[in-house]
Design a protein around this ligand. Sequence first.
Ligand code: MRU
Length: 325
Amino acid sequence: MYVKEAGRNVKTVELDKSGNVILIDQRALPKFRTVKMKTFRETAEAIRDMTVCGAGAIGVTAAFAMAQAHMENVPLEEAKRYIDSTRPTARNLFHATEKLLNSSDPVADARKYAQEEEEACKAIGEHGAKLIQDGFRIGTHCNAGWLAFVDWGSALAPIFVAKRQDKRVTVFVDETRPWLQGTRMTSWELQQEEIKHFIIADNAAGYYMWKKELDMFIVGADRIAANGDAANKIGTYEKAVLAKENGIPFYVAAPLSTIDINTPSGESIQIEERAETELTRFEGHRIAAEGVRARNPVFDITPARYITGIITPKGIVKPENIKTL
Ligand code: MRU
């Protein structure tokens, strides 16, 4: 995607000619800056500390970390163990390290993996855009745009394609506490693309659904189980339930690297819990009384029965048919 501030097309993650991984620093957004990871361990730590986030971006970053490990003569089994320990929920990370584990040319294969993921997102955009009518008002949660992949994104790809087809859309962007991926990343991406949007408080989406001000919801996914249950950013589940209550189609968009047919249902998906301080502090300042505890699961499970369809690079399928892809 073209980034005005950078004055050029930029990818979320790249492997440069010297073997460095170049990432957009997602913790700094909406201020644009890139960071350079020189070793596979540095790259893995960038996944753990959320310099890079979003399932697809994490997957490709993991693939590039495997390529770096190969260049550093680190056994790929050891590198895989280290990279796999960074974040547990997104299937894409494990999909990438499994693919690279037995590669005879990890550098070339990691680049190929990135290219294929980008093409998959473009295809998601083309299929998903068919669902979007001129004038549609679309809700989304967290960031599932190009920053969450290499380019295009999953949930936002249909919106980017619809824009190029001259359809007018308005996006309602959940702010997505506590990391504010909606406020800091999704709205930044939409602004770069000149797509009309509003940030709304996480707990305002139900109100707009009830007021019939939303025509559809599209979200991404971190892992989709064989029965079509989908893990995504905490808060997705309640949006899906409210969408069904209000008769609003609720779509999940994801490449095949997110689908985990070996996990039978959402109950078997490991949900990451992050530090309490993400809730008790804000921008470095304590906002809860000293001694107060917090619970911080960062993903939830949307049962398949709330999902209207899954937009994939191969087309739009019913969640119960996901394992046929
Ligand atoms: O904790 P994050 O920012 O990595 O979580 C990101 C999300 O939950 C996205 O919605 C998800 O990865 C789907 S889009 C790739």
